[in-house]
Design a protein around this ligand. Structure first.
Ligand code: X2X
Length: 342
């Protein structure tokens, strides 16, 4: 990120976090000489991201409530390595905690990507009901089988929207033939193929130049990444399709979690879950500001009706295919919170 990017993103974030700063100042605590339990937590987001800010507040609260016995050490910004590296580290115990989304985690626990099914969730009410409810419990159960413990409350990453340099996406027909960059993931590719688009898997770090050189005309990401990735320089339209929702699970190494006495586990979980809920509100507040900021950079927004998109995915067999992949049990738990999809 250039200095300019950082400044403008920090300004956006600053406004969102200013509201919370006043309410969350913790009394300074006498730091124990050495914490009895030092827990390493790594993530891949910027220091200014609400996830990092809220995790730091949780770390302070944990230190205070455990009288300094537990210290949560945070390693932000991917400094512990790539997503897949960090996933290996949390499984081996080299780090104790990691926040990770369903896409990467699904390489270990396939069902953890089910929240990324296209056009499943209408809004955040459905997302949190499902993820804090039986669907989330089902995913955590799968996660527990691969040596990890997931805290109850997932954190927000965001709804994804489609940007394009050629035209707004208002109906499914606008996706036909669209050359769109997608992350390297079968779920994305299969969804855009169902719309007869021309999806190309490109790593995020190369997405901007793929748009600039017109290898592709479109891409899709949450607003925060459209802003920080400076996609507004090479994209004109932002269609608020909300086609995929993704979040982060707060994952612990099962052995190091098990080594914590129960009373300390309770305190740590309480503060991490509270921080997740606070971070969700931060992201919601940021989204309105990001739309304003992107408009000031010249982007044109539209708000399509999502129902016709869902109808295409149903008819094309997309939902049926993924229902088979995830299994009937997981699928019916998803549909408990969304409308019937397959
Ligand atoms: O690659 C992307 O578009 C990104 C950064 O949003 C993901 O991690 C899926």
């Amino acid at each position: 990120m250039s200095a300019y990017d950082r400044r403008s993103f920090l300004r956006t974030l600053g406004a969102a976090s200013a509201a919370v700063a006043g309410s969350s100042v913790l009394a300074p605590v006498a730091r124990a000489q050495t914490a009895q339990y030092k827990l390493k937590y790594a993530h891949n987001l910027a220091v200014a991201h609400p996830l990092n800010i809220r995790a730091k507040q949780a770390a302070d609260a944990i230190r205070k409530d455990t009288n300094g016995r537990v210290e949560l050490q945070i390693f932000p910004n991917g400094q512990m390595g790539s997503d897949t590296d960090m996933l290996s580290q949390v499984r081996s115990g080299a780090i104790d905690f990691l926040t990770q989304g369903g896409v990467v985690l699904s390489t270990l626990a396939p069902v953890s990507a089910i929240n990324g099914i296209g056009f499943a969730f209408n809004d955040y009410n459905q997302v949190w009901a499902a993820m804090d409810g039986e669907l989330g419990a089902h995913i955590r159960q799968a996660i527990s089988k691969v040596g990890l413990v997931a805290m109850d409350k997932p954190w927000d990453n965001g709804f994804r929207h489609i940007t394009s340099s050629v035209k707004p996406v208002q109906t499914p027909a606008d996706l036909k033939g669209l050359k769109i960059r997608v992350p390297v993931s079968p779920l994305w590719t299969s969804m855009f193929k169902a719309f007869d688009s021309a999806p190309t898997s490109v790593n995020f770090s190369e997405a901007y130049s793929a748009l600039q050189t017109k290898v592709v005309d479109a891409e899709e990401n949450p607003l925060a990444l459209i802003e920080t990735g400076r996609f507004f320089e090479v994209q004109k339209y932002c269609s608020l399709t909300r086609h995929i929702w993704d979040g982060f699970w707060f994952l612990g190494n099962a052995r190091s979690w098990g080594n914590l006495p129960l009373d300390l586990q309770t305190i740590v979980a309480k503060h991490l879950n509270a921080a997740a809920v606070a971070e969700r509100a931060d992201i919601a507040a940021m989204n309105g500001q990001l739309e304003t900021s992107l408009k000031s950079h010249g982007m044109v927004f539209n708000q399509p009706d999502t129902q016709p998109f869902r109808a295409v995915l149903k008819k094309s067999g997309f939902y049926g295919q993924w229902r088979k992949a995830y299994g009937d049990e997981a699928w019916s738990l998803l549909e408990k919170y969304t409308q019937k999809l397959a």
